[in-house]
Design a protein around this ligand. Structure first.
Ligand SMILES: Cc1cc2nc3c(=O)[nH]c(=O)nc-3n(C[C@H](O)[C@H](O)[C@H](O)COP(=O)(O)OP(=O)(O)OC[C@H]3O[C@@H](n4cnc5c(N)ncnc54)[C@H](O)[C@@H]3O)c2cc1C
Ligand code: SF4
Ligand code: SF4
Length: 533
C-alpha cells in the first residue's frame, strides 16, 4: 500500500447491517457476503473529530428508536425524493413495473396504482431515499470494517491519490484522468469480472435512458472504452440489474453515490445480485440534471432540440483548462453545435439549474459506499490542466493492490494525498451537502421527512448564505417548470430569459458580481451582515 499522511482512524463497523458486507478482502472470484466483524483496533477507535472548513460535518443518524416509516414509491416520488435509480423496478417487468419519463425530463418508476401507492417494507429498505433504508455510514461500516482511515467528509478509506492514467488512451478518452475506465478495464483484463454496468450513448438503437444515454453492460475492453466520459443525464439501473440476475457472471457497477447505495441495498435483499456484483466503482457527484438540460443547450445554440442525435457534456480540449466545460451537440446530418457552459444562461453548475429535487437531500458527495471512488481534482494546478486529473479514494484492499501495481509499473501517475486534499477539491459540493443540507432540513415541507446523517440546523448561518441556499433551491425547482412551459408553448426565449434573470440574482448573492451585487451588499449591511464597507 502507498504511504499516507496520518488521518483519523475509522470508527467501528455497525453490526446491524452486517448483511450488506462483502468487502473485497477475499478474491473476487469467491466474493460471498461476509458478516462484518469490527477489528479490535477499530472497535476501540475514537469517533473522529468534526472536519475542518465544512460545517456541520456528518453526524450519527437521528435516534431511530421509533420504527422508521414504511413508505410507498408514490410517497417517495411525491416528496421529491426519487432520484430515478430504478432499483424498485428490478425483477418486476412481468408485473408491469418499469421506468419511464415524466413531463420534466426525469426518470420515474411506473406501474399499477396499487403497487405505486402501497407502503411496503421491502421497498422501504431498498429505496436509497427511504427514511427506513440503511444509511451510508452503516453500509460502509459493514463493507469496509478494516478500513484504517475515516474522515467525516469522505468516509472510510485506505488511501487517497491525485493524478491520472499514463497508459494511453485512457486519459484522452476519459472526462477526467481516465482512472475509472482504467480500473474497470484492469479488473476485466485480470479476469476478476465478466462485465461492467456503466453508461453509454444510446445510439441509433435506443435503449434505457433514451433519447441520449442508458446503462449498458460492457463485456469487452472496446465496449468499456466506448462508454467513457461523464453523462449528466438521467439513467436507471433497472434493465441492467435484471440482466445481471439473468446472466451468471461477476460484474462491476459504475455509478454516482446514490446509485451505488441503491445497489448495496438491493444486494441486501437479493442473493443473486449479492453474489454476482463483485465490485462497485463510485463517481463523485455534484447533482443530477434532467434531460431538459440538453433541450436548453439546443435552444441556446440556436438549434431545434428535435435534431439533436448525440450529446457530449464535456468535450475534451487539452489546450484549455479542465474546468472550462464545453458542450457539443451532434445534429441529424452529422453537423455539430458547440458552446462553453460559461456562455450559457444555466451553465454555472453551482446555481443548480435542472437539478433533481432528491439531490437537495443527499449527504454523500464521494460515493462513500463504493470500493473505490473517482472525481476531478478541482484545485490548482490541476484545474488548469486540460488533460484532466482525477482524485481517487480507495476503500477495498483488492483495488488498492491493483492501483499499487499500476503505479509500480508506470501505467498510473498518482501521488498520495490526504482526506483534506480530496475534500478541498469538492469544497462547494460538501458545503451544499453539509451546511446547506442542515439548513434545508429546517424548512417546512410536505410529504416524507428525509432521515439524513446531517442534523437540521440553521444556527450561525449568515443571512446571505441562507439567501444563496434559498435561491439555488428556487432555481432548481423553477427551471423544471419554466423549461416545460417554454417547450409546451414553443417559446424557448421564455425559459432562457428567465434563466438569465435568475442567474443575475444568484451571482449577485453568491459571487458579489453583476448588476444586483451592490444592492444585495446594501441589504446585508442594513441587516448587520459581514461586508464591512
Ligand atoms: C452526474 C455526475 C455528477 C458528477 N459530479 C462531480 C462533482 O461534483 N465533482 C467531481 O469531482 N466529479 C463529479 N463527477 C465525476 C466526474 O465527472 C468524472 O466522471 C470522474 O472524475 C471520473 O472521471 P474519469 O476520467 O476517471 O472517468 P472515465 O474514464 O471517463 O469513465 C467514466 C465512467 O463513468 C460512466 N458514467 C458516466 N456517466 C455516468 C452516470 N451518470 N452514471 C453512472 N456512470 C456513468 C461512464 O460510462 C464511464 O464508464 C460527476 C459525474 C456524474 C455522472
Ligand atoms: S428505488 Fe430509486 S427509482 Fe424507486 S422510488 Fe426509490 S429512488 Fe425512485
Ligand atoms: S447529488 Fe446525491 S442524490 Fe443527487 S445524483 Fe448525486 S449522489 Fe444522487
Amino acid at each position: 500500500m502507498t504511504a499516507q499522511p496520518p488521518v483519523t482512524p475509522a470508527p467501528p463497523a455497525v453490526p446491524a447491517v452486517a448483511s450488506l458486507a462483502a468487502p473485497l478482502v477475499a478474491p473476487i472470484a469467491s466474493s460471498p457476503a461476509a458478516p462484518a466483524v469490527a477489528s479490535p483496533a477499530a472497535a476501540s477507535a475514537p469517533v473522529p473529530p468534526p472536519a475542518p472548513r465544512v460545517a456541520p460535518t456528518v453526524t450519527p443518524p437521528p435516534a431511530l428508536s421509533a420504527a422508521p416509516p414504511v413508505v410507498s414509491p408514490r410517497q417517495i416520488i411525491r416528496s421529491g425524493l426519487c432520484i430515478g435509480c430504478g432499483s424498485c423496478a428490478v425483477g418486476r417487468a412481468d408485473r408491469g413495473v418499469g421506468m419511464g419519463w415524466d413531463g420534466y425530463g426525469q426518470i420515474r418508476p411506473q406501474g399499477a396504482p396499487a403497487w405505486l401507492s402501497t407502503p411496503d417494507a421491502g421497498f422501504s429498505a431498498r429505496c436509497p431515499f427511504s427514511p427506513a433504508a440503511a444509511n451510508e455510514d452503516a453500509i460502509a461500516a459493514a463493507r469496509f470494517p478494516d478500513a484504517p482511515l475515516h474522515d467525516g467528509r469522505i468516509g472510510r478509506h485506505i488511501s487517497c491519490h491525485v493524478g491520472a492514467v499514463a497508459q494511453p488512451p485512457f486519459r484522452e478518452r476519459g472526462s477526467s484522468g481516465g482512472l475509472t475506465t482504467w480500473v474497470a478495464a484492469e479488473l476485466m483484463a485480470r479476469g476478476d469480472i465478466d462485465g461492467v454496468l456503466h453508461v453509454h450513448p444510446a445510439g441509433a438503437e435506443g435503449g434505457p435512458g433514451q433519447p441520449f444515454f442508458g446503462y449498458r453492460i460492457a463485456r469487452t475492453a472496446d465496449a468499456l472504452m466506448a462508454g467513457a466520459r461523464s453523462r449528466y443525464h438521467p439513467v436507471h439501473l433497472a434493465q441492467v440489474l435484471d440482466e445481471v440476475r439473468a446472466v451468471p457472471g461477476r460484474y462491476a457497477v459504475i455509478g454516482i453515490p446514490c446509485f451505488i447505495k441503491a445497489v448495496h441495498l438491493a444486494r441486501a435483499q437479493d442473493a443473486v445480485l449479492d453474489e454476482r456484483i463483485a465490485v462497485t466503482l463510485g463517481l463523485f457527484c455534484g447533482h443530477m440534471k434532467s434531460a431538459r438540460f440538453v433541450t436548453s443547450f439546443a435552444w441556446q445554440m440556436g438549434v431545434d432540440p428535435g435534431r439533436v442525435r448525440a450529446v457530449e457534456y464535456r468535450r475534451k480540449d487539452t489546450a484549455r483548462p479542465a474546468n472550462v466545460y464545453t458542450a457539443e451537440l451532434t445534429l441529424d446530418g452529422g453537423t455539430t453545435a458547440v458552446r462553453d457552459w460559461w456562455n450559457l444562461a444555466d451553465g454555472d453548475w453551482g446555481a443548480g439549474y435542472f437539478q433533481n429535487s432528491a439531490c437537495n437531500f443527499c449527504d454523500d458527495v464521494v460515493a462513500e459506499t463504493a470500493d473505490v471512488s473517482f472525481g476531478d481534482a478541482w484545485v490548482e494546478p490541476y484545474s488548469s490542466d486540460g488533460r484532466g486529473t482525477n482524485v481517487v479514494i480507495v476503500r477495498a484492499p483488492r483495488i488498492q493492490a491493483l492501483i499499487d501495481a499500476g503505479i509500480a509499473d508506470g501505467r498510473l501517475e498518482l501521488s498520495p494525498v490526504d482526506a483534506g486534499f480530496v475534500a478541498d477539491t469538492q469544497a462547494a459540493g460538501l458545503r451544499q451537502r453539509r451546511e446547506g443540507l442542515a439548513y434545508r432540513l429546517t424548512w417546512a415541507r410536505r410529504g416524507i421527512r428525509p432521515v439524513k446523517r446531517v442534523a437540521p440546523s440553521a444556527a450561525g448561518l449568515p443571512v446571505r448564505r441562507r439567501a444563496v441556499y434559498r435561491t439555488r433551491a428556487a432555481i432548481s425547482a423553477w427551471s423544471h417548470r419554466m423549461a416545460r412551459l417554454s417547450a409546451a408553448l414553443g417559446r424557448p426565449g421564455l425559459y432562457v430569459g428567465w434563466a438569465r434573470r435568475a442567474y443575475a440574482v444568484y451571482e449577485g448573492l453568491t459571487y458579489r458580481r453583476g448588476r444586483l451585487a451592490a444592492a444585495f451588499d446594501r441589504i446585508e449591511r442594513r441587516l448587520g451582515g459581514p461586508p464591512g464597507d
